[in-house]
Design a protein around this ligand. Structure first.
Ligand SMILES: [Zn+2]
Length: 429
């Protein structure tokens, strides 16, 4: 949230504007009188603010509804207002070890166009910046969107990111340290830029457009090369004190387990990431287990990949099923603790591995949570895969922008917490 500046008229106006547009987004098509009632703002304030929103194209007027007509026996047909998600656009960017993906979305995080440009893992800071801006310019031109219509750029990338300063502190797959990416891109494009850890962004993406839309408290875990997480509490992303919250992959599962990329031992990531699953399969093969995966890998256990294991498991290969199950059980142990601590109503398991494996991975996760977390909490939590698939990353990056753009009012039980009318404010100041 933006800092509170007591008595600041502009802030109050922004807040009210945000409340009005929020009411129209959530409840539209809606007449002005209902907006006033719903937000507790004065009718003149609502008229004044909706006039601005209409002029800017954020909302549009549509004909009256028959229902409305019936209800209002006086015969006055109120004009209904609805949100126009295509009034402006957002650019969402995801950095992965070998690729920059970019998308243009509307104001509801719906993707309109995407593009991908290659990225060398050993790329210099300058080369990364060049590829990021190339991807943004490419997708804007592809979708015919001018920069004046773009409200902001969101960037999701691996590792530790300070979202407040916009610095990529420790990017995990890349070589730089403390890259001020937000500042650099704002200088280049002249619009607001938001950067965050990719799993945090993914959680927001799922919240905006995926299964998380109905969940107030949700934990998203991404399973792939690494294991990451994002936490939504009361509809808001929870970042913790140094923006490091949600490191689900580094929960200790086995104190004496294999070494993890973070330096600890027996982290979830060291037991259930792609490389952990591959290592497990190799050791079973070396111990004499029979599996079709060896043939697929051309007889060389070193060439076994997670994709091969999941493929074989789906085809009924018992050894591969066992390996996927074991990974799911480890993830379930980690998530059972999270269920006990946060009591979320939904856990979304995202990432390529989860998407491909589906219930082969999710069932052991569900069983382990049911067995290991507190009864009532376990019964209430739904464990699902992402509804967004691969699109989760760029959708999430765009949601970083949208969360700020629409983010001023805080809702409690469906109602905005603060609504102040302008006349009220004038009297006060
Ligand atoms: Zn670790």
């Amino acid at each position: 949230m933006k800092g509170i500046r007591t008595g600041d008229r502009q802030l109050i106006r922004d807040l009210n504007m945000s409340i009005v547009i929020g009411a129209i987004r959530r409840h539209g098509p809606i007449p002005r009188v209902d907006i006033a009632r719903m937000t507790t703002l004065g009718r003149s304030t609502v008229s004044e603010l909706t006039a601005i929103l209409l002029k800017e194209g954020f909302i549009r007027e549509i004909g009256s509804q028959e229902q409305e007509e019936k209800r209002r026996s006086l015969g006055r047909r109120p004009v209904l207002l609805e949100f126009n998600p295509r009034a402006r656009f957002v650019a969402g960017v995801k950095l992965a070890p070998r690729m920059v993906s970019a998308a243009i979305t509307d104001l509801e995080a719906e993707i309109l166009d995407t593009t991908e440009v290659p990225l060398d893992e050993k790329a210099s800071e300058k080369a990364v910046r060049q590829q990021v801006s190339r991807a943004i310019r490419e997708v804007m031109s592809k979708s015919g969107t001018g920069i004046e219509k773009v409200v902001g750029i969101g960037v999701a990338l691996p590792g530790i990111v300070d979202n407040r300063t916009g610095v990529s502190i420790s990017p995990r797959f890349f070589l730089w340290q403390n890259l001020p990416l937000k500042h650099l891109l704002e200088e280049e494009f002249g619009i607001p830029v938001f950067i965050d850890n990719d799993a945090n962004a993914a959680a927001l993406g799922e919240k905006w457009r995926g299964r998380g839309r109905e969940a107030e408290n949700m934990v998203l875990v991404t399973v792939g090369v690494g294991i990451g997480g994002g936490i939504i509490i009361n509809n808001q992303l929870y970042r913790g004190s140094v923006a490091g919250a949600g490191e689900v992959g580094h929960i200790t599962i086995n104190e004496d387990g294999p070494e993890c990329s973070c330096g600890n031992r027996g982290c979830l990531e060291a037991l259930a990431s792609d490389s952990a699953v591959e290592r497990e399969m190799r050791s079973l093969v070396k111990a004499g287990a029979s599996t079709a995966v060896v043939e697929v890998a051309g007889g060389d256990p070193e060439r076994i990949t997670r994709a091969m294991i999941v493929e074989a498991a789906k085809a009924g290969d018992a050894t591969a099923i066992g390996v996927v199950r074991t990974a799911g059980q480890h993830i379930g142990v980690g998530l059972a603790s999270i269920v006990n601590i946060l009591n979320p109503e939904m856990i979304v398991v995202a990432g390529e591995a989860a998407q491909e494996a589906g219930d082969l991975l999710l069932d052991p996760i569900r069983e382990t949570i049911a067995r290991r977390s507190m009864g009532v909490l376990a019964q209430r939590v739904e464990v699902v895969t992402s509804a967004l698939g691969d699109r989760i990353w760029v959708t999430g990056a765009a949601a970083l922008v949208l969360q700020d753009f629409f983010g001023v009012p805080i809702y409690e039980r469906g109602r905005p917490v603060a609504a102040v009318s302008l006349p009220e404010l004038m009297q006060g100041s």
